[in-house]
Write a new protein. Structure first.
Lengths: 206, 206
């Protein structure tokens, strides 16, 4: 199994974290986004969107980080990580949608500005991030894992990376105690794989 | 079963379309977003994000349009609509991610500007829409349904509404013949439920 990834991409970290949690061996292949490695015809054949990560499992090519989580959970992870029951499956999907939407255009976008110099509206992304964090904080009042299950699911894996590194995009997590406690619970899982930190945003002063 | 919906919300249409395709009876409950019905404490108890649609299946509350599709497919739709095989499930998830991300912040956002007067960057949303449509056009070169399956899946349902109404956000579909042919295939499905048109964007001249 090969994973095409970017070392500072939270979407890539999401996939690497889950591969690690499952204890799976794989070959990480670094894609240099600044050098345009993700826009070569060869890479576009793997993912027309030109985005990392992409999983290649012996010729089965899976682009999209959430799709990679689903693929790995269904193939190797058993039902705990991706439940089949309609209510639990819907709850997991709700947070995968949040990871693909409110996270991508919130804390991920805010961090693209500070870490990669993206020309995006930072204020809008930071506002979106806090709107999301307020809901997460409320949801985590009475649950251990975000989908409301007894055990962690791919929803927790999908949300972790960009929420943890939100301060790099100038999104302050100090008001969100439940969210920070949940991040620590993810980090305490066996075989947790950390996301490389950068000195950007609020982290500069750390 | 009740569905809280907004009549001009594509996310709501996505859920109504699938309820109709499955031939399910339900009570549609209109939420007036302009009047702030989605920000009442009563509605926020159903969905802290204050967004439609929300499904209430005899007390089981499911917010998020993609999550509603997953719930309905798993409970009523059988494996055709939401396959369990790891490869097909990942392919469906990839496009659910696109629906929650590139569609929501592309054609959906562009239409929010013209139909609802949202203060968003229309040019950015239109550019994102065409980037997405170019990929969809390419993917649909050699497939009938977007996830590459023999039959339509919830991925097709999730993408349909905002792609079909993209011209209302000034996103011109004329360059995307494969995409338009795919829209017509969705509309030809038994029990198809149409999305109300508005006279906004390019549709003004229609």
């Amino acid at each position: 199994m090969k994973l095409y990834y970017g070392p500072l991409s939270g979407h890539s970290h999401r996939a690497r974290l889950f591969l690690s949690l499952l204890g799976l061996d794989y070959e990480p292949i670094e894609i240099n986004i600044r050098a345009g490695d993700n826009k070569t015809e060869q890479f576009l054949d793997l993912n027309r969107f030109g985005e990392v990560p992409v999983l290649d499992d012996d010729g089965v090519v899976v682009p999209d980080s959430n799709a990679i989580l689903v693929y790995l959970a269904k193939k190797f992870g058993g039902e705990d990580w991706s439940p089949d029951d309609p209510v639990a499956a819907a709850s997991v999907q709700r947070w995968l949608s949040v990871a693909a939407g409110k996270v991508a255009y919130g804390p991920c976008a805010a961090r693209l500005v500070t870490v990669f110099g993206a020309k995006l509206n930072a204020e809008e992304a930071i506002d979106r991030s806090h709107a999301l964090l307020r809901v997460l904080e409320n949801e985590l009042n009475d649950r251990t894992w975000i989908a409301g299950t007894d055990k962690p699911t791919i929803a927790d894996v999908a949300l972790y990376s960009y929420i943890d590194r939100a301060p790099e995009g100038n999104v302050d997590l100090s008001a969100y105690a439940n969210v920070r406690a949940w991040l620590r619970r993810v980090e305490a899982l066996p075989r947790f794989f950390p996301f490389r930190k950068t000195k950007a945003g609020l982290e500069v002063e750390a």
